[in-house]
Design a protein around this ligand. Structure first.
Ligand SMILES: NC(=O)c1ccc[n+]([C@@H]2O[C@H](COP(=O)([O-])OP(=O)(O)OC[C@H]3O[C@@H](n4cnc5c(N)ncnc54)[C@H](O)[C@@H]3O)[C@@H](O)[C@H]2O)c1
Length: 438
């Protein structure tokens, strides 16, 4: 099967998954993996664990599981590490996040309690609502990066890991636009020595990660690794990167529905989205500067899918509003409402209403798992730089310069699976299907 494909190094030994932020998403991910390993639950929501891939013709009946088709690390191979500004171990952090039942957490308490976060690189200005003590100090930002590089190397040797990947699942930082210090690796490294204020903590982690030859995924909407300096570093070090912002609740829903509305050539007058959320993420996003980062990420999706410049009669000037309200009683159980004003034949108006009672971290955890495993696969397959085939997982997918991101989730999934087929030297599936009628 694989003679024609790309040479992929085997997934031998342990894979260290380094999580920046040991909050609701990370602890739900770690506890989930431990529970699944013990047979207490199924990996629901994870494409790498449950997904299949069709090979050849529909009549061939050849549909292996993805994890049997490409050489992925297994859950048993994974070792977790983390950084957080709070010193709580993963068990206490998970209890505090309140996502998973105590009963389930108690069954994996040994593994969770042994995961203690390393001291974080943190700057108050970037996340004003949180105040933690488990924080590194150094004379400049380069020194902080060097401390992270030392953490990464120590973790790898202490745990006997063969390979590592890093996932940013820490709080959303304040909105930041690309500036000169992000423009080249030279400017960025000088900025690290000068402790330039526009170098965010997330960028220091990403720099340390790439310098260590470790793939990086950004689960939050921060700029982080989406700047020329770090994209160049990823290319130079031949390391895969991807981001930004896990596509889980309302935006996932949007990227399901908007392609359908467009496929039928129905018009859109407006899309109003609002959420109530009561977890720590909601608290951080209650600060307007942090919300702005999220808002930008959430707003871009519809424009790209609906292409008002191509279909002005249907989509020009539609109104798109996104709100997140911090409402503590709901905890991690977010409620998202959408009101969609559409129009059809002869301009007749219609409305669609969605009320999604979701669980934020339950939706995000399997995405962390898939990203960790696919990034490791990419690294072993010699893929470097921005991994657009992983845009399936993100609200604001990173792309090559000048290339607009593909947001339609079905196109993203096809791209992901075709990338796997390509890696293994299988025919790509175009869905043309004329051969069945010859
Ligand atoms: N859950 C989802 O569905 C979803 C979807 C998209 C994006 N996200 C993003 O994922 C991230 C994590 O979400 P969450 O619900 O777990 O939030 P959370 O607040 O529960 O956890 C984030 C953790 O990061 C820590 N942290 C903050 N700054 C840090 C730093 N510089 N270094 C190390 N740790 C730091 C915080 O102390 C906290 O424990 C957020 O940015 C969120 O916006 C989540």
């Amino acid at each position: 099967m694989a003679e024609k494909g790309v040479k992929i190094a085997p997934a031998k030994g342990k894979l260290g998954v380094l999580l920046v932020g040991l909050g609701a998403v990370s602890t739900t991910f770690v506890a989930g993996v431990e529970a699944i390993k013990r047979g207490l639950a199924q990996p629901v929501g994870s494409l790498t664990q449950m997904g299949t891939i069709r090979l050849g013709k529909r009549t061939d009946n050849n549909v292996p599981k993805i994890k049997d088709f490409v050489p992925l690390a297994t859950l048993e191979d994974i070792v977790f590490g983390a950084w957080d500004i709070f010193p709580d171990n993963a068990f206490d952090a998970a209890m505090n996040a309140g996502v998973l039942d105590k009963d389930l957490l108690n069954q994996v308490s040994e593994q969770l309690s042994s995961l203690k976060p390393m001291a974080a690189v943190f700057e108050q200005n970037y996340v004003k609502r949180l105040h933690g003590e488990n924080v590194k100090s150094g004379k400049n930002k380069m020194e902080l990066a060097e401390q992270l590089i030392a953490d990464i190397a120590r973790f790898k040797s202490d745990n006997g890991c063969d390979r590592l990947v890093m996932v940013w699942a820490a709080s959303t930082e304040i909105f930041l636009e690309e500036s000169e210090v992000h423009g080249s690796l030279e400017a960025f490294e000088k900025g690290l020595y000068d402790s330039h204020p526009a170098i965010a903590p997330s960028m220091i982690y990403a720099y340390a990660c790439l310098k260590s030859g470790v793939p990086f995924a950004n689960g939050a909407p921060n700029l982080t690794v989406d700047i020329p300096a770090l994209k160049n570093l990823a290319d130079q070090m031949r390391v895969p990167i991807c981001g930004k912002d896990f596509k889980t609740g309302q935006t996932w829903m949007k990227t399901l529905l908007a392609p359908g509305i467009k496929a039928r050539m129905l018009g859109l007058e407006g899309w109003y989205s609002t959420n109530i959320l009561g977890n720590r993420d909601g608290e951080v996003l209650d600060d307007p500067e942090n919300f702005k980062t999220k808002e930008e990420s959430k707003l871009s999706v519809l424009e790209h899918i609906l292409q008002p410049e191509v279909y002005p009669e249907l989509y020009e000037g539609f109104s798109h509003v996104v709100r997140i309200n911090y409402y503590p009683p709901r905890g991690d159980n977010k409620e998202g409402w959408d009101n969609i004003d559409i129009f059809g034949w002869l301009g007749y108006k219609m409305q669609i209403k969605i009320d999604f009672l979701c669980r934020d971290s339950i939706l995000a955890a399997p995405l962390c798992l898939d990203l960790a495993l696919f990034l490791d696969l990419a690294q072993r397959s010699g893929m470097k730089g921005v991994q657009e085939w992983l845009s399936f997982y993100f609200k604001s997918p990173q792309t090559a310069p000048g290339l607009y991101p593909e947001h339609d989730i079905f196109i993203q999934l096809m791209k992901l699976k075709n990338t796997l087929r390509h890696l293994r030297g299988e025919d790509l599936i175009t869905h043309l299907g004329l051969e069945y009628y010859d």
